[in-house]
Structure formats: structure tokens, C-alpha cells
Design a protein around this ligand. Sequence first.
Ligand code: SF4
Ligand code: MSK
Length: 649
Amino acid sequence: MADEEKKEIISVDPTVAPLLEKAKADGCDTCFDRVREGQKNRCSFGADGVCCRICSMGPCRITKKAPRGVCGATVETIAARNFARMVAAGASAHSDHGRAVADVFLLAAEGKIPGYEVKDRQKLYAVAMDYGVEIADRDDKEIAIEVGRKALSEYGSQSEEPLVCLKRAPLKRQELWKKLGIQPRGIDREIVEIMHRTHIGVDMEYHNIIKQCSRAALGDGWGGSMIATDLQDIMFGTPVPIASEMNLGCLREDHVNLIVHGHEPLLSEMIVVAAQQEDMVAKAKAVGAKGINIAGMCCTANEIIMRHGLPIAGNFLQQELAIVTGALEAMIVDVQCIMQSLSEVSKCYHTKLITTNYRANIPDATHIQFEEHDALASAREIVEAAIDNFKNRDPKKVAVPKEKEPVVAGFSHETISYLLGGMFRASYKPLNDNIINGKIRGIGGVVGCNNARTPHDDGHLTVIKELLKNDVIVLTTGCSAMACGKAGLLTHESAAKFCGPGLAEVCETVGIPPVLHMGSCVDNSRILLAAAAVVKEGGLGDDISDLPAAGSAPEWMSEKAISIGHYFVASGVYTVFGTTFPIMGAENLVKYLFEELEAELGGMWDFEPDPIKHAHKMIAHIDKKRKALGIDKARERVLMDMADRREME
Ligand code: SF4
Ligand code: MSK
């Protein structure tokens, strides 16, 4: 084997290796170094979910010789409690995001804060109707106030009534949730209940713990996250396909560069406005720059690309590398997926790390609190700080990669329906018809993070290319969507290059890319709604679990991914995770989540770190569902040999 072949692949993104070399030369280390050095050896008890540190009699580590904790807890109880706490943390992150959006939405509707408005009236009316808000003979302000109050009350509700948006699911699914007693009530309440149940000496039956996981996770997907998406769309506009670029090559050497990183678009929307103001552009020119360049990172990036066409600098594992380019004046962060090391890396360069949210401070960063009561003033202060920092840039340290790829992003589930059916007949019918006739084999939802323990972006791209080759259309969000964009998968042209003949034909006819960028992490709720719309269209069963569809997070790392995965499962979707899975040391729990849960929920978990096998598990599930629907014969089988495959590469 040649030396290059033996070399460990760190990333398949061409910007990464040269910037890692540069970081080394500049004397700073990154997550790529730490994962191979100080943090190389993982604790297997922690990785397998069999270490309990819930009380101070522990930590208790379960082995064959020591099968119970001090309190007598079994390995299943311990692993299920650890898993449940991941669901709680993930659901709380999404839901706190949704609450912040609902707060601002209501204040804006009441006229108490300037700068935010209703940009999508149709969506306001649609959401109002779902919440039972009267729209006839009322002005938008009144409607928005009532929608805001009702949405906000979903978080703290103490009533036994289920969440409003559950009724967007297919009827059969709603009935199943009711029968199983897993309809979420107040969003916060379900998260608190997980924390209570997993305290020492409360819930010690793993099926019952997982049941509460389902309730809390559904409260995230059909609650906290869905509210965030709905209200963001009303305030900032429902995304429609928009052209832009992805990767670090979008930083511009002759501009003041700002990256907005994190999750909540409340601030980034205002940064966009501030950076376009004439006096700000003039200030940038006065310091010798040609203008102000805003790019995004992680899910904030997905928000600004979808609504403004602003470029994406990179996904989770590239955040430190953006600073290593030496061309970044300010890294502006809010909440979630921000590495603490950014403050250390920025010390090697001139970059100003600016925290903006009272919930998320970082030692040695500059904190400029984002005040939603005077949002534009906060945004201007931040943009000015970036402009002032331009003079500190050291030209000798600047090395912006060339690589960037054109993309089309911003496929909301409403837009997909419009693109498929046209303005007057918006519907999912052409998609359903092409699934039934076999040109499209099924639907894959591939989402989630990067993980420094696996080759950066490789898991996403290998899984997705394998799905496309097998005529599976892909819906994507989060950092997975960015991996796709950087590799040229988010363009119309990619259909001919990467897809099997059936999928390629449909994409070319309808005029869509085969991988549809649907947004940020909270926008996984859009995938739920797309799945519900496909069911409602007819011909593919009467529940989400009947669809030839599967979910995947090949490189997941965050607790939010576990919450997302579990609400997919509890919504009836077979969901495969890569890298590692946090309960593998508890055999019975593995059996329950990976096999038995399907009989209860119609969906179940699976784990497969090898990306090709991972994709084929999804395809096998899709084929199983096609068979159950009686549409397996419709697919014309196209046999490809190795030469055909190489040509498609
Ligand atoms: Fe050990 Fe039980 Fe305490 Fe967990 S709750 S640390 S298993 S004694
Ligand atoms: S940003 S949660 S690393 S997808 Fe939403 Fe990316 Fe995962 Fe964060």
C-alpha cells in the first residue's frame, strides 16, 4: 500500500490540511490536534454509557464483575438515564432557542421593540389557524400578538393538553402517541420530568425511561424546534431557493470579514442590516477595506444563507480554521456548538472573539450583549468593533483558501410543495408518484454535526453519495448540509453527476438538486412536516412509518442530535447514527432501541459507523417499506458494474 493511502484521513475538505499546517506554524492547536493527542484515549465506560455519576456514592462503573451500582442500579437503568439526560439537554437547547424567538416575536408584535416585523403574512395566517387564532377582520398586529402569546405558553404550559403542533402529524401517528401516552404537554415540563425521573431512586425501568424520552423529544421536534422555525419564518421570511457559496474561500482578503456563528438568527439578521448601512460601509472603506463581508458558521450560517444568500464559511470543525486564515476581523458567537478554544486560537491572530448572549460567556472573549430592545444598536456596535480591528490584521499571516463551491440553499417544506406542483397546484404529488413508479426509491433525511473523531465530512458525503447512486433523494440540515454544499452536492448539476438514472431524471425534470438544503438544526422540524405532507398526499400509506424513508446522522456529536434522532424515531422513522452510540454497553437497552421499539413506535434506532454499510442499512429499510406498500415491483432495476460506478464518481 502506498504511503499516502496509509495516511489517516483527517478531512475530505481541501481547506483543512493546509490550514492545519499553518496553525502549527503559527503556534496554535486545534480540535484536530487535541483529539489525536491529549484526548486520544476515550474512557470506554463513558463511551458505552455504563458509567453513572448521578449521586456522590459513585461514579459507579459497570463491568461483568460489578454488574450493579452502589444503589443497585442495573446497566440498563444507568445507560437509559444517561441517554435520557442527553435527550433533555438537546431538547432544552432547541427549546430555549425557540423561546428566545417567541419572546422577541411577541415583543415585536406588541410594538415594544423596533427592527423586527412580519415578513411572511401567509405563514402568519397559516400558523394562526393552527393555533386556533381568529384571522377574519383582524389586523396583523392583533393576530401576531395572539400567536406570540399562544406559542410562548406552549413552553411553560402546566395543562394536560398536548402541544398544538402535534396535530400537523398524520392522524394515525397522533392516535398512536395518544394510545402510548407520549403526547408531550408543556415543552419545559417534559424536560424537567426527565431530570426528575433520572435522579437517584426514581425511574428504574428502562422502557419507562425511554417512554419519557419520546415525550420530551417529541416536545422538541413538534414543539420547541417547530415554534422556532415557524416564528423565524414569519419574522424573517420563509426560505426560498437562493444561490450562494460555501467554504472558507468565501472570506475576502480585501474586505472586513465577520463570521456569525451559533444558532439564533435574532442577532445575525440585525448584523446583516447593520453591515449594509451606508455609514458602516463608508467606515470600512475609510480603514482601507473594499467593504464588509459577512459569512456564517454552523447553524447561524444556514439561517443567513437561506434568507439572504450570504455565504457559509464552514461547518462545526472549521470554526478554529476560519481564524487561522488570518483574515477574520471578528468571530461573533451566540449559543451552541461554539468551541471554547476559539479564544485561544484568536490570541494567535488579530481576530476579535465577541460573545453576545448572556447565556454563553467565554473567558478572554469580548462580551457585547445583544439587546433585543435596541437590536440594531447592538449590531452596529459589533460591526464597528470588527471594522476597527481591520488595522490590526497582519498581512504576513493571511492565507485564505481558494476553495468555495456554488450552492442552492433554502428549501422549506412549503417551497418544495410549490416547486413540485406549481403555484396553483402546490402539492407533493409528483414526488409521491415518482416514489410509487420507482424512479425515486425513497427519501433519506441526513443531518447533524461533524465529529473530530471521524474524518471530517467523509461520513456525510459517503452516505449521501451512496443514497443518491441508489435513487434516494436526500433532505439535509445542519452541518451535514454544509458538507454537501462544500462538495458540490447542492447544485442542479449534481443530479447528473451523482444520482442513479431515476432520481437524476426526476431532478432534471422538476429542476431541483437531488440534495435539498432545508436549514438549521431547529429546521429538522421542516423534515417532519415534509414527511407528514407526503403521507397526506396519499398513495404511500397512512403514517410516517409507512414511508420508504430513513434518517441518518453519520457524524453526530451533540446532545441535540440525540434529541433529534429520538423525535425522528418517535415519529416513525428508522434512524441510523454513525461514529459511536452512547448505550452500547447495555445489551438489553440496545435490543430495545434497535429492534423492539419498531413494533411500538414504527421507528427505531440503529448504529453503523461504516458509511457505506450505514447507507445500505437505510436502503434496506426503504426497500422493506416499498415491499410493505406493494410498490417494490414498480422499480425498474438498473444494474451497474464497477465501470459504471467509477464513471458516476
Ligand atoms: Fe452509583 Fe447509583 Fe449513585 Fe449512580 S445513582 S452513582 S449507580 S450509587
Ligand atoms: S450546528 S448541533 S454541530 S449540526 Fe446546528 Fe452543526 Fe451539530 Fe451544531
